[in-house]
Design a protein around this ligand. Structure first.
Ligand code: KG4
Ligand code: ZN
Length: 346
């Protein structure tokens, strides 16, 4: 079974072809960084137009790199939400058009399910597992018991962690996209110089909060002498911020692991997914935590943590295998919580 996956929910225009034996035959990602850089963040209208301009070429390249023709495909999967609706519509309409003209099954994929199932593509992880989903718009712990079966255990009460990385990068003038810029700056910084708060650390449950940490970073910048931030100060703030995030996420993960283990003693796996999972400091911290508590820690390679088409193709394969295809009247949606899928694939 071979599926084309299309991803256009944010600022990556991506298409990939994946086989059900877990081979990624191609994985083409066009990041619209240059289009949005001048605005310091993703501009939805610009993103939608860029997707429209380049998606056809990206799909053509994905087919060429895989050495395949559309006739070799068994299904077309596309992100149909959640995300910036203009872009989601472009990807969904393109997928539906190919499916309709070639008489192929169409699979409407929830973007978050794409992230959630990536570890099964890369590491053949079995259900059930505990998922920490950390991206630009989402930050939550979920118990994953099957495709379409997600139970929300806890999440952020304010900002998503990726959003905190992006906002801090902006405050420090580190540019866009923020997460990788903060990680790069932190490499030469002193993570102990600023004693940033650890919001919710030690609290019962596994909810998270990042807006106070963001405010603390703003205050630290204001408290420094001079009008502009030196590279050395920016590096120290970035390293201290990253250390606080890793510390808090490890504490929250320890609570989530204890709760998950009680409900699913046969699980014993933590999967970390979403763009922020590309962060090496975070990967290291969570791997260390898992080693201590006897859990397997699975974090996909960075290129499959940030948005890509392979994760959408794979989620499409998981659904297609269960006979879960969608009608061409499936409506793209800007909001679509993962927990809402539960029961759909039961
Ligand atoms: O999953 P993703 O590519 O898109 C969404 O679905 O949101 O995640 C993007 C988020 C952004 O906030 C970005 O700054 C963050 O992931 N990110 C990182 C790193 N790479 C991407 N955050 C921290 N460290 C990184 N290396
Ligand atoms: Zn994403």
């Amino acid at each position: 079974m071979i599926v084309l996956g299309i991803e256009t929910s944010c600022d990556e225009t991506a298409a990939a072809i994946v086989a059900d034996d877990r081979r990624i035959l191609s994985n083409v990602i066009y990041s619209q960084d240059d289009e949005h850089k001048a605005f310091g963040g993703v501009v939805p209208e610009i993103a939608a137009r860029a997707h429209l301009d380049i998606l056809d070429g990206v799909i053509r390249r994905a087919l060429a790199e895989a050495g395949l023709d559309i006739g070799d495909l068994d299904g077309i999967a596309a992100t149909t939400g959640p995300g910036l609706i203009g872009g989601v519509i472009v990807g969904a309409m393109t997928a539906k058009a190919i499916a309709a003209t070639r008489d192929l099954p169409f699979i409407a994929v929830n973007h978050l399910e794409g992230h959630a199932l990536t570890a099964r593509l890369t590491d053949d992880v079995a259900f059930p597992y505990l998922l920490l989903l950390v991206s630009g718009g989402h930050c939550q712990f979920l118990a994953v018991t099957g495709p379409g079966n997600y139970t929300l255990m806890g999440g952020t009460v304010d900002d998503a962690v990726g959003e905190a990385f992006d906002k801090c990068a902006k405050m420090m003038g580190l540019g866009f996209p923020g997460g990788p810029a903060v990680e790069a700056a932190a490499r030469t910084g002193d993570g102990k110089r600023f004693a940033f708060p650890r919001p919710m650390k030690g609290r019962a449950g596994c909810d998270m909060s990042f807006s106070g940490l963001k405010t603390a970073v703003r205050q630290a910048i204001l408290d420094l002498p001079g009008d502009s931030l030196s590279a050395a100060d920016a590096a120290d703030i970035a390293a201290s911020f990253q250390a606080a995030v890793a510390d808090v996420l490890a504490d929250r993960a320890a609570h989530a692991i204890a709760a998950f283990d009680g409900d699913h003693p046969d699980g014993r796996t933590l999967v970390v997914a979403g763009g922020v999972a590309a962060n090496a400091a975070l990967r290291e911290k969570l791997t260390g935590l898992c080693a201590l508590v006897g859990f397997r820690c699975v974090v996909p390679p960075p290129k499959l943590c940030t948005d890509n088409g392979a994760m959408i193709a794979w989620a499409g394969i998981e659904r297609l295998r269960l006979g879960l295809t969608d009608g061409l009247d499936f409506a793209p949606r800007p909001r679509w919580p993962l927990a809402d899928l539960s029961g759909a694939a039961a």
